[in-house]
Each structure stands twice: as structure tokens, then as C-alpha cells.
Design a protein around this ligand. Structure first.
Ligand code: ATP
Ligand code: MG
Length: 396
């Protein structure tokens, strides 16, 4: 059977956005086009509450790729047909024959035809066309029966006038909103499992994500930063190129080690990270910070300590994983392809000079007193002056 002619791409929530709808559709169209472009030549357009992509080649690979784009709820690789009943029946028969040739079936297959008719001039009503097509394609087929309510296999037909489509498959998309519709956020990205998932979930709600990571060279090796870079690049697959800031953090950690109570080290590191990320966000135009924090997961993530860390920020902190169990984050990490990268054994900067007994219910007065012993201004300025930035491109 020949390659599908088009991808019928459906989207969800957009329809709810009233006057904004057109803008959302154009952003989604652009995002789909950008995601597909590296795979080959393709045209992408919007029509009748659908995105339509016309791949010149590699249609199936493009369908799978489109099904990763935020805002997309499903993708059907489809065959284009003329607007008449004979042509539709013939194409439907071919599609179903191909399915039968490719699959091994056991129990009786429950089957239905579903017609969506946008072209009201078409001479047949949807229900009627469904029956006619079903009758036609089932001729001579065994082990298959019509079940309108619960089907194992649904043959879809869209009648739109000049463009009509027949398809069998529906690849599920991730849903959410198109990246670029919810501003930009700066994600504190470590080499762990959680923060890449937090970045992905943020993108899912339409926010463009940049990354900032803290480097404890020479206490942790180059491998740690390369691991984070690989993770960042992997996540950019879901949105396109992103800035990645790397902040030298060793001096700050040494200063905290030398002047502050041991128990408070990790909370104080995290407050410094939050201050530095806020400053970078301010300069580079990010409206929010994003972290992989999850309530109660470790000592630094009791609600008391999350609160202390959050107080060092000058803007909203999004914590998409706040209610997630570790297992839930792991499942998502596997799905988006970051789990394997995160599992590479490299040390994280929070483990440097790790206290024997970290504070669990930290007090704001204690933090502030400890920080009064630090040359705060110069520590922050030095770190920011030495911060490096690069743009990570998913296709490199
Ligand atoms: P993760 O799996 O994301 O590393 P975690 O469970 O290990 O999270 P922590 O190490 O306490 O938790 O870190 C909590 C959050 O702080 C991380 O999700 C991340 O957003 C941020 N963070 C921690 N270390 C770094 C770092 N070296 N660079 C940037 N962000 C960091
Ligand atoms: Mg970590």
C-alpha cells in the first residue's frame, strides 16, 4: 500500500479559547511544521479545526513526531480521496484490506465506520455513508462484525468538500497547549530524574522553557555537566531550541561550608540557586522559575524547607511535580526518553560537602542569620559574571 497522503492532526482545548483561537492555531501550526521539518519536506496548514500536514515522504515517521507536539490530541495518517461515494468506498476497502494483510487476528473483530461531514453539500448524510461504506468493505471478510458502541477498529472518514480523508489509525498526542502560548519559564535543571520531567510538564501547558544549571567544578567532573546538557537537549525536542545557562557554584558552596551551620547547607545552596536563577530570569526575560521539587521527597523538600527556598525568589516558582510520587515521575521520564540519561551515575552539586544531618524543619531566622555571614553581593555578582550561556538545538 502507498504511503498516506496527509496527516489529520486534532487538537483539544484550543477550541475553548474564544477570540484567541486563531492565534493558538497559528502557533500550533508553526510548532508542528518545525517538529516535522527535520524529517523531510512537508506542508502544514489549518482548516476546519484541524491541522493538516502533507508529507512528501516518511509520512509514518512524521505522524509519530507530530503526536509528540503539545496541543495535539491525536494524529491520523490518512488517504486523500475524491468527494464521491465510490471513491470513498474504494479507498476504505483498500485501507481495510491492507490492515487485514498486516495483522494476525484471534477473536472476532468489532468494527465500525465513523464519518465526520464538514461539507454539507455532500449528497449523503453521515449515518447513511457509514452504512454504505461498512457494507462495501465487509464484503468477503470473515471474523469481523459491526459494533457501533465498542469497536476494536474504527475506520474514519472526513468529508470536507475538496479534501476528503479515509484513515484507520489514531496516534494519541500529549494534549496540553502549544508551546509559545504561555510565556517563558527558566527551569533549574539538575542531572536527576525530576527536573527534566518538570520541564516537559511546563512545556505541556504552553510555556517555553530555558534551562539553568549549577556547576561545582572541580568537585564534580565534566561528566555531570555533559549529562545535564544531554538531558536539556533531549527535552528541547518537545519545544525547539532553548537557552542553557551554566552558573559556577563552587565558590558559593565553599563560602557556605566555611561560614554557615552544617545542617543548613543544602537549604542555603538552594536559596542561592534560587537567587541566581531569579537574576538570570530577570535579565533574560523569563516570567517564572521551574523546579523538580516534590513535597516530602527529601529533607530539602519538606513544606518548611520548600517555603524557605521559595522566599529567595523574586518571581513565581512552578513546581509541576509537587504532588507526584517518585514512581509517577519515573514513568513519565521513561515516556519522554530522559530516564536513561538521568540514570547515568554522575554526582550532583547538592551532594558536595553534604551535611550528616540536614535540617528538616528549617527556620527563616536561622537562614537569614547564616546568610548575614556571607559576602552575599559579591558572591552573587561573581557567579553571574562568570555564567556562560549557549543555545541548545534538538537537531544537533
Ligand atoms: P532532580 O531529580 O530533579 O535532581 P531531586 O529529587 O534530586 O530532583 P533536589 O536535588 O533536592 O531533588 O533538587 C530539587 C530541585 O532543585 C531539582 O529538581 C532542580 O530543579 C533544582 N536543582 C537541584 N540541583 C540543581 C543543579 N545542580 N542545577 C540546577 N538545578 C538544580
Ligand atoms: Mg537532584
Amino acid at each position: 500500500m502507498r504511503d498516506p497522503d496527509a496527516l489529520v492532526i486534532r487538537y483539544g482545548e484550543l477550541a475553548l479559547k474564544g477570540g484567541n483561537r486563531r492565534r493558538y492555531e497559528q502557533i500550533l501550526r508553526r510548532n508542528v511544521a518545525k517538529a516535522l521539518k527535520p524529517l523531510g519536506e512537508v506542508e502544514v496548514s489549518v482548516a476546519h479545526a484541524r491541522i493538516l500536514a502533507y508529507p512528501k515522504q516518511r509520512a509514518m515517521a512524521m505522524a509519530r513526531r507530530a503526536a509528540e507536539v503539545f496541543g495535539v490530541t491525536s494524529v491520523s495518517p490518512a488517504y486523500r480521496v475524491e468527494a464521491n461515494v465510490e471513491a470513498i468506498c474504494a479507498q476504505a476497502g483498500e485501507v481495510l484490506d491492507d490492515y487485514f494483510a498486516r495483522t494476525i487476528r484471534g477473536a472476532t473483530l468489532r468494527f465500525r465506520v465513523r464519518v465526520k461531514r464538514a461539507d454539507k453539500a455532500f449528497p449523503m448524510r453521515s449515518g447513511e455513508l457509514e452504512r454504505v461504506v461498512a457494507d462495501h468493505v465487509l464484503i468477503g471478510k470473515e471474523g469481523i462484525e459491526i459494533d457501533l458502541r465498542e469497536a476494536d477498529l474504527t475506520l474514519g472518514i472526513e468529508v470536507r468538500g475538496t479534501e476528503n480523508y479515509v484513515f484507520l489509525e489514531r496516534l494519541a498526542g500529549p494534549g496540553g497547549l502549544p508551546v509559545g502560548t504561555s510565556g517563558r519559564g527558566l527551569c533549574l535543571l539538575s542531572g536527576g530524574i525530576d527536573s527534566p520531567v518538570a520541564a516537559w510538564l511546563t512545556m505541556k501547558r504552553g510555556m517555553g522553557v530555558g534551562f539553568v544549571s549549577f556547576d561545582s567544578f572541580p568537585y564534580i567532573g565534566e561528566g555531570s555537566m555533559r549529562k545535564i546538557e544531554d538531558l536539556a537537549r533531549r527535552v528541547t525536542r518537545f519545544q525547539g531550541p532553548a537557552q542553557w545557562f551554566v552558573v559556577p557554584f563552587t565558590q558559593i558552596q565553599e563560602a557556605i561550608r566555611d561560614s554557615c551551620p552544617e545542617r543548613y547547607r543544602v537549604v542555603l545552596y538552594r536559596r542561592m540557586m534560587t537567587r541566581l536563577a531569579s537574576a538570570i530570569a530577570q535579565r533574560a526575560g523569563y516570567l517564572a522559575l521551574v523546579t523538580g521539587e516534590s513535597l516530602g521527597q527529601v529533607a530539602s523538600q519538606t513544606i518548611e524547607n520548600i517555603d524557605l527556598i521559595g522566599r529567595a525568589a523574586d518571581r513565581v516558582i512552578l513546581r509541576p511535580l509537587i504532588t507526584y510520587d517518585k514512581e509517577e515521575a519515573v514513568t513519565l521520564a521513561r515516556r519522554i526518553g530522559t530516564l536513561e540519561l538521568s540514570s547515568r551515575p554522575e554526582p550532583d552539586c547538592c551532594t558536595i560537602f553534604q551535611p550528616r544531618a540536614p535540617v528538616i524543619f528549617g527556620q527563616v531566622e536561622d537562614c537569614e542569620f547564616a546568610e548575614s555571614k556571607l559576602p552575599m553581593e559579591s558572591l552573587l555578582r561573581d557567579a553571574l559574571d562568570r555564567t556562560r550561556v549557549q543555545v541548545l538545538d534538538p537537531n544537533e
